[in-house]
Structures are given as C-alpha cells and as structure tokens.
Design a protein around this ligand. Structure first.
Ligand code: 5AD
Ligand code: SF4
Length: 439
C-alpha cells in the first residue's frame, strides 16, 4: 500500500504554489494524497505569519497533533513556509513542539527529499533554512490544483520594507527569475493544455530590477502574450509606487492580459501612508486609478486595506473611507492591523486600541460591501466569457468559473465543461458572486 501525505497551507498564493511543489516532490517519493490527517504518514504545515492569527492557528494545529504522533510514531511531521524563516518561531517549535520532525523554509523546498532521508537516518528533528533567494531552485515542478490554470513564480522575496510587514524579514531579498526560465515553464504549460497563467511575486511591478540588462515586467507580459495556447494572463501583487505608464499601456494593448488588477492601497491617509513607508500619496494613487480606467475601461480593481495602523486617527480613517468611495473597488481584503515583532511599526507609539480598530473595521465593511454589490450589478443582463473551474460542493448541477475580470460566476452546467471557456448571461448579482445561465 502506498504511503499517504497531506499538506495544510496557510497564507497567500505564493504559499499555495509552494505547496503544489511540495506535493510534486512527495508524489515522486511514492506518497499519495489524502485529505485525512489520521490516515497520513507525512503531514506538512506550510505556514504564514503576515498576521498574528495566522501564526496562532499553526501552533494550535501542531499541539492537536501530539496525540496522533504518540499513537503513530512513524508519522513524519514537517513544518515549512514563512514562519519557519523566523528564528523566533523555529525556537518555539523546537522547544514546545518536539514532535515536529522536519523544519524547512521558503527557499529550500527542493531539498525536502534529502531532509527526509536525514531525518530517517538520525531520527532527530532536522532543521534546514536558507535565507538567500538566489538559492531557490527555479525548476521544481508542481503538482497543480487545476489542469487549465497555473501559478508561475516570476520573482521571490521583497525589498520594500513597508513598516507593518514581516515579509522582507522572512522571504529575503528580492530576486527576479530569468525570463527564459519563466517563458520555458509557460510554454510547457501551454503544451499541456493550460489556458490561464497567474504570474506571482510580492511586487511584480519591480520585476527585472535585479538584472544587469533592461527587461521590465511589461516586457515579460509582451513575451508571455505571444505564447500560443495561453489565453488569459493575470498577475499578483502590484505595488502602486512601481506601476509605470509602460505597464498600463502593455495591459491595455496585450489581448491576453486580463482586465483585472489587485492594487493594495493600505490606507487613504497621506500621514499613515508615509508612516507605512509606502512611497506614494493618496493623490498619486487616485491618479493611477484614473489612468488605469481610461486605458482599460472595464478593468476590475481590488485592493488590500489595513485598519488601525499605529497613530491612525478618526480623520485618517475618514480619509480611507473617502478613498474607497472614490475608487469604488470591485472587491477588497480588509485587515485589522496586527503587530509583528521585528517590524518598525511594532515599535511605534500610539498603537490603536482593539475596540477602536474593530469598530472602524465594521464601518469600513458597511461602506465597501454595497460598493462591491453595485459593481457586480453592472454585469446584469450582460454576457461574459467564463473559464469553468469546478462543480459546486453543495450541488453537482452548479458550476463555477471566473470572468476575465476575476469575478466568480455560478451557473447550471455539466462537469465536462470544466477547463473550457463558455458564455454566461448574468441574471443575478450578489456582493461577492454573480449568477447566470449558459448561452
Ligand atoms: N497587519 C495587518 N495586515 C497586514 N498585511 C501585511 N502585514 C500586516 C499586518 N502587520 C496585509 C497587507 C498586505 C496583505 C497581504 O496583508 O494589507 O497587502
Ligand atoms: Fe504569503 Fe506573506 Fe504570508 Fe508568507 S507571510 S505566506 S509571503 S502572505
């Protein structure tokens, strides 16, 4: 009987894609996937620490596995991901969760088979962490979740040092992946029938800055746009400070680049943006939105917003509310500011009390949800192209898929349509989804 594995993934798309690579490595070692931890011979936790609750969840889950490990000592338990790039978190695991067998990081996934061997030989906790993003192996294959859309890493690490954010201290210095390597991977995906590509990086707009030749993110988009078989190109995440006119033009002119942009604003107050070290003002940001909408009229714009950054006053918060009303986002991820030890903001005075953060957070949702609905209502009675993704969990007659603008659409259909493009007429709009029927 084949040995079984499971991977629990927290955090962003970057982590999701890393888990797809870990899955590929484990299947090559002869493991087979299971959803059930009790059945597993190998469990991996791929962790995130961008906010405190992401971190606490991991500790909770690891604690709950002590009993399973006692009953099943041959079970291998591995913890990896962003949290493990922090020495403090590794020490907590080594001291309090001694049943963990392997600790590795975000930059040495390719070493997992060696680490497993080392653990089997010594029966000790194996710890292997690499800080340098230059050591990342660009060529590990991935066991992808879908057979028609795929994540592709284009850069690693982050150099921005936003004062609230722990990522530059975990994922290391920014490094762009060579264009040839990216293009080769996407050509391979296209030849296997993949139709949609999501280019991944902490700040894709600064792609190429680490090369000693001139090749920008817009150049990369142009080259990916030429690959036969690929029909949709998306990317995440963009930093407003690096969103150039060259890129806006490329988005407008390249037919495969989708009319969608995730452009985290974080705050609408210039004072707070400065304290966050974001390097743009609300005026710069609003100008970008204007340019984007002019160049790409139907573009869907989404964002990230942090509420309760240290020193945020009611006036600052009002500026954020004012900005979201002006921009009218299609959707947004909203976060309560979470203190991350080691960042500059953690040492700032005037931390905002929890009750005020929560109250502001609710007021923000009360304003943005109706905007999302209003944006979705614009799709009513229109026909949209949908790439079909999956069958609904609750009703196997209902399919879901996404528009070029990234909207999730539910409609009646049969599962042979998965992975295909269909036209759907929209007859209902909700805050987060659209509904329609095949035409
Ligand atoms: N507290 C709250 N939200 C945070 N983010 C990053 N760091 C923090 C923090 N300390 C949010 C930002 C970022 C998203 C991925 O997570 O909005 O864009
Ligand atoms: Fe992703 Fe950042 Fe979380 Fe790491 S810390 S998983 S990069 S969101």
């Amino acid at each position: 009987m084949k040995k079984k594995y499971t991977i629990v993934t927290y955090g962003c798309q970057m982590n999701e894609h890393d888990s797809e690579k870990i899955s590929w490595l484990l299947e090559n070692l002869g493991y087979e996937w299971t959803d059930n931890k009790e059945d597993s011979d190998f469990i991996v936790y791929n962790t995130c620490l961008v906010r405190e609750n992401a971190e606490l969840k991991v500790y909770g889950q690891l604690g709950a596995l002590k009993d399973l490990k006692r009953r099943k000592p041959e079970l291998i338990l591995a913890v990896c991901g962003c949290m493990m790039q922090r020495e403090e978190a590794r020490n907590v695991i080594l001291e309090k969760y001694k049943h963990v067998d392997i600790i590795f990081g975000t930059n040495n996934i390719h070493k997992l088979p060696i680490l497993i061997d080392r653990h089997k030989q010594t029966n000790e906790t194996v710890v292997d962490i690499i800080e340098d993003t230059r050591d990342i192996d660009d060529n590990i294959e991935a066991n992808r979740k879908y057979s028609f859309k795929a994540f592709v890493n284009i850069m690693y690490g982050c150099n921005n040092f936003c004062t609230y954010c722990i990522v530059p201290y975990t994922r290391g210095r920014e490094r762009s992946r060579e264009p040839e390597s990216i293009i080769k991977e996407i050509e391979q995906l296209a030849s296997e029938g993949y139709k949609e590509i999501m280019l991944l990086g902490q700040n894709v707009n600064s792609y190429g800055k680490t090369f000693d030749y001139k090749y920008t993110f817009a150049d990369l988009l142009k080259d990916v746009n030429k690959i036969d078989g690929i029909e949709r190109i998306r990317f995440m995440t963009s930093h407003p400070k690096d969103l150039s006119d060259e890129l806006i033009n490329a988005m407008a002119n390249l037919d495969k680049v989708c009319e969608q942009l995730h452009l985290p604003v974080q705050s609408g107050s210039n004072r707070i943006l400065k304290a966050m070290n974001r390097k743009y003002t609300r005026e710069d940001y609003l100008l970008l939105i204007e340019k984007l909408r002019k160049a790409i009229p139907d573009i869907a714009i989404t964002t990230d917003i942090i509420v309760g950054f240290p020193g945020e006053t009611e006036e600052d918060f009002q500026e954020t509310l004012d900005l979201v009303k002006k921009v009218k986002y299609d959707s947004a991820f909203t976060f309560l500011y979470s203190t991350r030890e080691g960042t500059i903001a953690a040492r700032m005075e005037n931390q905002v009390p929890d009750e005020i953060k929560k109250e502001r957070f609710q007021r923000l949702l009360d304003i943005i949800y109706p905007i999302f609905l209003e944006k979705n209502q614009k799709y009513l009675n229109k026909t949209v192209e949908v790439l079909v993704e999956e069958v609904s969990k609750n009703n196997d007659e209902i399919l879901s898929g996404r528009t070029r603008t990234g909207k999730l659409v539910h409609f009646k259909g049969t599962k042979d349509l998965i992975g295909k493009f269909v036209n759907v007429n929209i007859d209902a709009a909700k805050t987060f989804t659209l509904e329609g029927y095949l035409v």
